[in-house]
Write a protein that binds this ligand. Structure first.
Ligand SMILES: *[C@@H]1O[C@H](CO)[C@@H](O)[C@H](O)[C@H]1NC(C)=O
Ligand SMILES: *[C@@H]1O[C@H](CO)[C@@H](O)[C@H](O)[C@H]1NC(C)=O
Ligand SMILES: *[C@@H]1O[C@H](CO)[C@@H](O)[C@H](O)[C@H]1NC(C)=O
Ligand SMILES: *[C@@H]1O[C@H](CO)[C@@H](O)[C@H](O)[C@H]1NC(C)=O
Ligand SMILES: *[C@@H]1O[C@H](CO)[C@@H](O)[C@H](O)[C@H]1NC(C)=O
Length: 391
């Protein structure tokens, strides 16, 4: 006898009516990559792990995990009747990725595993893509001045001594090249300098950036399943130890991406692109946008999401994580919006745990300040439209 696994199918219900899924826009961050920084060796006398890929490239683990995401999304969207044929037309499933190797390769792994027999096209620009490029657009000197002030103010109010101490010990910072040759030996007191320039990404030079880069490497080492004695040289074994340093990377990202002035300016082209999909009924049923943490951070801020927290994750915008905008409808043509942060827990990523309908990724429902949730995470589509028109 053919025994099918029992699925507990939880339909989305509003006012005791079953809703159906109409459209999905997936704003994704690429999956596990090698560390970006080329100057890590200056920040610790200890050897950093070797990677087989170039800096910033998707790793084999990243390819595997993004493939799991693709397979999972296929199962989910198929279950919700959003797919009508084995190989979707571009009106059903459209993929658009930034031009970086890690975003193109992530999109390809997602699409190839969602639709293994279909040769899905990954749309992308042929040079730097202004839609995804997280740079400042405003050319006025007033803007630059305002942004600098906001960033400097934010930096003045940080309380990171505890985290800096923990990181100095992990890195053995006082024996690093940075300390010995540049005489920057105290992360808590060395100066951070904000830089804001039209046409570039906002940046911070100093301990915040040094620490953020080191932590980024530790996080990727962990996902890539390096032996724990090689993840931060064996000094990050407990959640408490992780928590002691993560505040620094959260602060770094908050300063450059999570202020309304900067986020609205940086995300404007991507927001326009997304708004167009939400407002035009003829757009594809499913759109996958493959970008970077900068894209997710700035969109979250610019659209005015309420604060959220992702359980079982070290990162605020995890690699492979997706903000999934869903348009649901009842049979009386009332449309609703639901938004979930869909991601895999850190430990599952490390262990390469496969996703399926029985073992789905985490769906953490997000809320927008200006789209009031009525029930089950749903807000009115017309409120969302109104919000988009005032962005
Ligand atoms: C997939 O599509 C591309 C672009 O349309 C084409 O160049 C390639 O030959 C196709 N590959 C297969 C296996 O069909
Ligand atoms: C540029 O920034 C200034 C100062 O914040 C603002 O007044 C102006 O509207 C901005 N320009 C654009 C095109 O957004
Ligand atoms: C952080 O530590 C530095 C010295 O390492 C000290 O000057 C500063 O007052 C400390 N800040 C706080 C908020 O404790
Ligand atoms: C952005 O900043 C707000 C307010 O400071 C905070 O509550 C929120 O968690 C931050 N968002 C992210 C994604 O870090
Ligand atoms: C609502 O409409 C959908 C799609 O047209 C249909 O599959 C479903 O059976 C309808 N549900 C009810 C409760 O009428």
């Amino acid at each position: 006898m053919d025994i099918k696994p029992l699925l507990i199918f939880c339909a989305l219900i509003l006012n005791s009516e079953e809703l159906y899924l109409k459209q999905v826009v997936i704003l994704s961050r690429h999956n596990v990559r090698t560390p970006l920084s080329k100057t890590l060796s200056q920040t610790s006398p200890k050897p950093w792990p070797k990677w087989n890929e170039k800096p910033g490239y998707l790793t084999p683990k990243g390819t595997l995990l993004e493939g799991y995401m693709g397979e999972y999304f296929y199962s989910w969207l198929n279950q919700e009747n959003l797919l009508t044929q084995e190989c979707p037309s571009e009106n059903e499933f459209y993929v658009y990725a930034n031009t970086a190797q890690r975003t193109l390769a992530s999109a390809k792994s997602f699409a190839d595993n969602a639709f293994p027999r279909c040769n899905i096209t990954i749309h992308h620009a042929n040079q730097v893509d202004p839609i995804f490029n997280p740079v400042i657009h405003n050319t006025s000197s007033i803007f630059v001045q305002e942004a600098l002030e906001i960033m400097e103010n934010h930096m003045k109010n940080l309380h990171l001594n505890h985290s800096y101490d923990a990181l100095e010990q992990i890195l053995d910072y006082t024996h690093s090249e940075k300390c010995i040759e540049d005489h920057c030996c105290n992360l808590a007191t060395d100066k951070n300098t904000a830089s804001v320039k039209t046409g570039t990404k906002p940046n911070i030079n100093g301990p915040l950036q040094i620490c953020k880069s080191a932590i980024d490497s530790f996080i990727m080492e962990y996902y890539e399943a390096f032996d724990m004695k090689n993840v931060a040289w064996g000094l990050l074994n407990t959640n408490k130890q992780w928590e002691s340093i993560l505040d620094i990377s959260h602060s770094y990202h908050n300063i450059i991406f999570n202020t309304t002035l900067l986020a609205k300016d940086i995300s404007e082209p991507l927001l326009k692109y997304m708004t167009d999909i939400f407002l035009d009924e003829n757009k594809p049923t499913i759109t996958l946008l493959m970008g970077h943490d900068a894209n997710l951070y700035t969109v979250l801020n610019a659209m005015d999401f309420k604060p959220y927290s992702l359980k079982e994750q070290h990162e605020i915008t995890p690699v492979g994580g997706k903000i999934v905008f869903q348009k649901w409808s009842d049979n009386n043509t009332n449309d609703y919006l639901k938004i979930d942060y869909v991601y895999q827990p850190s430990e599952q990523m490390r262990n390469g745990v496969k996703l399926s309908l029985e073992n789905p990724p985490i769906f953490e429902t997000l809320e927008l300040k200006y789209c009031k949730v009525i029930d089950n995470g749903l807000c009115l589509w017309k409120d969302f439209k109104n919000l988009l028109m005032h962005l």
